[in-house]
Design a protein around this ligand. Structure first.
Ligand code: MN
Length: 724
């Protein structure tokens, strides 16, 4: 019962409003299940979940997250199942525990390790509680790392410094970030760490006295004179950031002037600026050391005013000015938003969360290692803040160019970008944006769009992916068109239209056999030379030849008169095709032949035989390509006499434009007892005059009927001519 009291005490201390009963029940289940298990330190295992819960409570998390924190190792290490958890603590808790359970650390340096991190990142994007528990879990494991074997210490510390600390930073959880970094340093660079500790300790007292006296001075100005309510405290840099300045930037310990700082917590945002004014009037500010993160918050929502001043005795000292709420966000980051219930903060939580989701959506790597490496880069990237022409703040990674900005605004803006202005002046697209730049993108409808060189200009993954996608789509549509043209040419040689080709069974089977999802993909592959055009054309040729052979075979068989009669009967169109019983005939739309016209047949692969007029221009062109496709056909005279068949026939009437002309024609046609299928008129330019072209389609039995009709149409007033 000693442990549960620790949890209760932590809840009381942090004054959070949670379901104590539920938390207690979780603890009892965890305690019972972990019974007989011990940590490497020799302590009861239950101590670990309890410490994790305490870290979560300190961050003021909600009941379910704390409960899941207590239960986070239970499914992995005991007989309790996820279903048990769901039954006892509800769906939400089970979901969080499941997320954490899936993220057990695998052996280091293997592909599995990357896969594990990738899984964690994906799980995070689904439920933020999972990552906050994971960070708390890692923090306690780092705190107790000394009980692990040396090799494991190094591996775990490395992974923590690479992934978990930057993640905590990006989510704004500064408290966890600092502690993780310092702990990592003590394992990864133990000598440097001890040296730093010694340096910090030697002048510690001196620095503390200095900070204290400066605070007293500030209180006099701010509380005493300006009568503002504030809390002022001193703060010291954590080891890892001193280490980075010394060992990575090559600075001497004594040159690091911001080892100490002072934090001023004000009641309102307006007072923050008031206090800034007071400080800058009393002390001399250090140029270039002023940052206003209140009006332009950092990516992780960090808000504060920073200003470094020359304090008493000429020493540099950094001041941070912020409100209570800003402070809690600065320390607990995204976790702080759990305790602020106002709408504004939920939106802020979504913003930081949106960043995470954004990264995941633009990640297109199938390889876990690439995914994790890119994610790591995203985590450590610094930001640059620029303004849109409307004055909106846009955050981009540092090093971003106007082109990145354009793609951030919208893919279309990026693709149509032809230039950019920064602060009213034209700059090259390669220009590196600076904080506070006002960026304007010049677009053109006729822009050529992205080229491969653009990939070297942009630095954001979002823009890179959008450009890659655009280039890919462009290449696809260009090559699809090219492949289509190649096929059209070849198909024409075989007497096929593109459509006939696409609908051909041979083609369909070919796509199926080679797993090509669509005809467009097939054209694309042809253009890319991944499929050979000869193959498919060869296949079609073979099938045409087979069909022709069949036709020829039936030619050879002796056709009796009786059979010929039968053939004619079968062919409802009134066409006799040179001895074959092929009834697959249709009339060409280009020349609409009528009985009495001299006609000719053209063998097509799919639709059998098409009947054209002998003088049809289309037909002449087609036979030029393949003479073998011409076939002799005749009208069946016996059928024509009986006028059994009606043919769809189209012709044009040219007339002056006047009222009622259409009506006159329609009436005339109907007086001839001829069925009018369709009629439409357009105004055209004929021999330099504007005339009406009326296109009529009628059902008619033969040419003589048409002749009579034409003679009568020509008698109507204002008719210029009738043409087929
Ligand atoms: Mn754990």
């Amino acid at each position: 019962m000693e442990y549960i009291r620790k949890i209760e005490e932590e809840i009381r201390k942090n004054r959070i409003n949670v379901d104590l009963e539920k938390i207690k029940n979780a603890f009892l289940l965890a305690e019972e299940s972990h019974q007989g298990q011990y940590r490497k330190s020799g302590e009861d295992y239950i101590l670990h979940p309890v410490e994790v819960a305490k870290i979560l409570i300190e961050m003021k998390m909600d009941t379910d997250t704390i409960v899941a924190g207590i239960l986070h190792d239970i499914v992995e290490d005991t007989l309790i199942t996820l279903a048990d958890i769901k039954y006892n603590f509800g769906e939400n808790v089970a979901e969080i525990v499941d997320g954490v359970t899936k993220l057990k650390t695998l052996p280091n340096g293997t592909k599995d390790q990357y896969e594990n991190i990738r899984k964690m990142i994906l799980a995070m994007s689904k439920n933020l509680s999972v990552v906050i528990i994971k960070l708390s879990d890692r923090l306690h494991n780092m705190r107790t790392l000394k009980y692990m074997p040396h090799a494991k210490q190094i591996a775990i510390a490395r992974e923590t410094l690479d992934i978990y600390a930057p993640l905590a930073h990006r989510l704004g959880i500064a408290k966890i970030k600092w502690e993780l970094e310092d702990l990592c340093l003590s394992y990864l660079q133990p000598e440097e760490y001890q040296e730093l500790k010694r340096l910090v300790d030697t002048k510690k007292e001196e620095r503390e006295i200095y900070v204290k006296s400066t605070i007293e001075e500030l209180k006099k100005y701010i509380i005493g004179e300006a009568k503002l309510k504030v809390t002022i405290s001193g703060r010291f840099k954590h080891f890892y950031s001193i280490y980075k300045k010394m060992y990575e930037k090559g600075k001497e310990f004594d040159d690091i002037y911001d080892l100490m700082g002072i934090r001023i917590i004000a009641e309102t945002k307006a007072e923050c600026y008031h206090i800034l004014g007071i400080i800058q009037s009393k002390y001399q500010p250090v140029p270039g050391r002023f940052k206003d993160y209140i009006s332009a918050p950092k990516a992780n929502n960090y808000q504060s005013i920073h200003t470094t001043i020359i304090g008493p005795k000429g020493k540099f000292i950094e001041m941070q000015i912020r409100t209570e709420e800003m402070n809690s966000i600065a320390e607990d980051g995204i976790a702080a938003h759990w305790s602020y219930k106002e709408k504004a903060n939920i939106t802020k939580k979504d913003q930081v969360y949106g960043w995470l989701k954004g990264i995941i959506e633009t990640q297109q790597h199938e390889n876990s290692q690439e995914f994790v490496e890119e994610f790591k880069q995203e985590l450590i990237r610094e930001s640059v803040f620029v303004f849109s022409p409307k004055g909106d703040i846009v955050e981009l990674v540092s090093g971003a160019t106007p082109l990145d900005f354009a793609f951030y605004i919208h893919t279309d803006v990026g693709c149509k970008c032809i230039g950019s202005k920064v602060n009213g002046k034209i700059v090259p697209l390669e220009y590196k944006l600076k904080n506070g730049d006002k960026v304007e993108i010049i677009t053109s409808k006729n822009a050529k769009g992205p080229g491969n060189d653009w990939l070297n200009i942009v630095v954001t993954n979002g823009a890179k992916n959008k450009i890659r996608k655009w280039l890919k789509e462009k290449k696809y549509s260009e090559n699809t068109k090219l492949g289509k043209e190649l096929i059209e040419k070849e198909a024409m040689k075989l007497g096929l239209t593109l459509r006939e080709f696409e609908e051909d069974v041979v083609v369909k089977k070919h796509l199926e056999k080679h797993n090509i999802p669509s005809i467009d993909d097939f054209y694309f592959q042809l253009a890319e030379k991944r499929s050979k055009i000869n193959v498919i054309i060869g296949k079609i040729k073979i099938s045409i030849d087979k069909e022709k052979e069949l036709l020829n075979l039936s030619n050879l068989t002796e056709v009796s008169n009786e059979k010929r009669d039968k053939t004619s009967k079968k062919n409802d169109y009134g066409i006799v095709i040179d001895g074959t019983n092929n009834t697959l005939t249709k009339f060409a739309k280009c020349c609409t032949p009528l009985p009495g016209d001299s006609v000719v047949g053209y063998v097509t692969k799919l639709t059998g035989i098409t009947i054209h007029r002998k003088d049809c221009v289309n037909f002449k062109n087609m036979v030029k390509i393949d003479k073998a496709r011409e076939i002799e056909v005749n009208w069946d005279s016996s059928m024509l006499e009986k006028k059994l068949n009606k043919y769809k026939f189209t012709f044009n009437v040219f007339t002056k434009d006047r009222p009622n002309i259409l009506m006159d024609i329609v009436t005339l046609v109907s007086n001839h007892k001829i069925n009018l299928v369709s009629i439409n008129s357009t105004e055209i330019n004929k021999d330099g005059n504007r005339v009406m072209k009326i296109k009529l389609t009628i059902d008619i039995s033969d040419k003589s009927e048409y002749k009579v009709l034409v003679n009568n149409i020509l008698k109507i007033k204002d008719i210029l001519s009738v043409e087929r």
